[in-house]
Design a protein around this ligand. Structure first.
Ligand code: AMP
Ligand code: MG
Length: 442
């Protein structure tokens, strides 16, 4: 199915949107169908704030940024040389011009250049009136105040035109643009010291499971440390969200209901991990039904089969938060640490970015040969942790090694996810595979 505009169905019921979709199948839901359903309910959060430029890195522009000025403000020299009139340049013989003075960066030449005249000019300096060309200094010979310009120089060359980067009144950056270092520079180039940014979505998260130990607690038989909150905190920060850590919730309906009620008060989205596998879901299901409208899916995905998605009830009429926000989106991730991360990147992160008004919802994707063969079952999407690397100048990908969905170090070794499409069967060595790049510097 095609991806609808994010939030297009936000005013409708979750189940209605899901079952209206011809591809909907709660027992074996394709990842692309799940993604489209989730996105159709992920509306952009209300609210923007004016931020100082220095605090805006990673935020998302809330409105089109219209330039109050031309950048650059004046025609200027792209090279060190001489500002001349194109009409003085000759095809057949050198031109001899009188040097009137100099135009330096920040100190423009006050006069104008007439016929037979030129002005020494440095990179970035304003082009003096009358001149329309810069001839690079390397080709010019100078004797006293006489410059000899060789034949065949191109009129109009070595210039940066006023407004060639951004014109007055043009949209320099569109609403929804994430502010990376380059965008911060663009804002600064317009002379602006503040920027209107979308509010960061608040995302409450908790882990479920009686077996879970908090980090710092002593190891105990049958218990495992809760790693999902650590990865979620990191993934949420990277996705531009404010995380609200609700801790570990025991496998107890009362405690879970309390956590959900609290989360719905404070958050735009709620993420849990664990407790959505087949048996667990059967006792969580009625509880979720009270807290909101939640659907339990078996995704046609490995790892990450059990998954819940829905919307919690908005804050009740007697709550101080009543009317402040619509019901929070709810994502019930599988407990297995790798499955929790994979489903986050494939299904949750795009929704969280859409909630910030972003248009670029997925990590960069490329297709490269895989170093070795991969066993793959047709009829589900399979995701491997991979290392994308160049060997002899050619990009290729290999799996990080053992791929069990509890092996979190397989994720730590990876710089990408290898996504094997739903229909595909076994993959031979050297065949191209899709790769989602997780590393980035900008
Ligand atoms: P569940 O989805 O609750 O059935 O959990 C599946 C597996 O993931 C079990 O082995 C759990 O112990 C493990 N698990 C669940 N939650 C976490 C967590 N927060 N951190 C680490 N492992 C977890
Ligand atoms: Mg559990």
């Amino acid at each position: 199915m095609t991806t609808p505009r994010p939030g297009a169905a936000a005013s409708e019921g979750v189940a209605r949107v899901a079952t209206r979709n011809a591809a909907y199948n709660a027992d074996s839901l394709r990842v692309d169908t799940a993604r489209a359903l989730i996105l159709s309910l992920a509306a952009c959060v209300e609210g923007a704030e004016l931020l100082p430029l220095a605090g805006a890195l990673g935020r998302v522009l809330a409105a089109d940024l219209v330039s109050p000025i031309d950048v650059p403000a004046h025609d200027n020299a792209a090279m060190d040389g001489f500002a001349v009139r194109g009409a003085d340049l000759r095809e057949d013989a050198p031109s001899r011009l009188r040097v009137l003075g100099a135009s330096l960066a920040g100190r423009p030449y006050a006069g104008s250049v007439g016929a037979g005249q030129c002005v020494r000019i440095m990179t970035g300096a304003t082009l003096p009136a009358g001149a329309d060309t810069v001839v690079v200094q390397e080709v010019v010979s100078l004797q006293g105040d006489r410059a000899s310009i060789p034949a065949g120089q191109q009129p109009g060359s070595n210039l940066r035109r006023a407004g060639e980067d951004v014109k007055t009144g043009a949209v320099a950056l569109a609403a929804g643009t994430p502010l990376r270092p380059a965008e911060l520079g663009v804002v600064a180039s317009l002379g602006l010291d503040r920027v209107e940014a979308r509010r960061r979505p608040c995302v409450a998260y908790f882990s479920t499971g009686d077996e879970l130990l908090k980090v710092g607690e002593s190891p105990a038989p049958g218990r495992v440390y809760d790693s999902n909150r650590a990865t979620l905190a990191g993934m949420l920060a990277r996705a531009g969200c404010d995380g609200i850590d609700l801790g570990i919730v025991p496998d107890d309906p009362m405690a879970l209901e309390q956590a959900l009620t609290r989360a719905a008060l404070e958050a735009d989205a709620v993420i849990s991990s664990g407790g959505v596998s087949v048996g667990d879901a059967d006792y969580i299901r009625p509880l979720m039904r009270r807290a909101g409208e939640v659907l339990f899916w078996k995704l046609a995905l490995k790892p990450g089969r059990p998954f819940a998605f829905g919307r919690l009830n908005p804050p009740a009429a007697d709550s101080p938060a009543h009317g402040e926000r619509p019901g929070a989106l709810f994502f019930g991730l599988p407990g297995n640490p790798v499955a929790a991360m994979v489903t986050f990147y494939l299904l949750v992160r795009p929704a969280l970015l859409a909630m910030q008004g972003r248009a670029d919802l997925d990590p960069p994707r490329t297709r490269v040969p895989v170093l070795h063969g991969l066993a793959k079952k047709a009829g589900r999407t399979e995701v491997l942790r991979g290392v994308l690397e160049a060997a002899d100048g050619k990009w290729q990908v290999r799996a990080t090694g053992a791929q069990g969905s509890g092996l979190l170090t397989s994720m730590a070794k990876a710089n990408c996810l290898v996504v094997l499409e739903h229909e595909r069967g076994d993959v031979g060595a050297g065949e191209p595979v899709d790769v989602l790049i997780l590393d980035g510097i900008a």
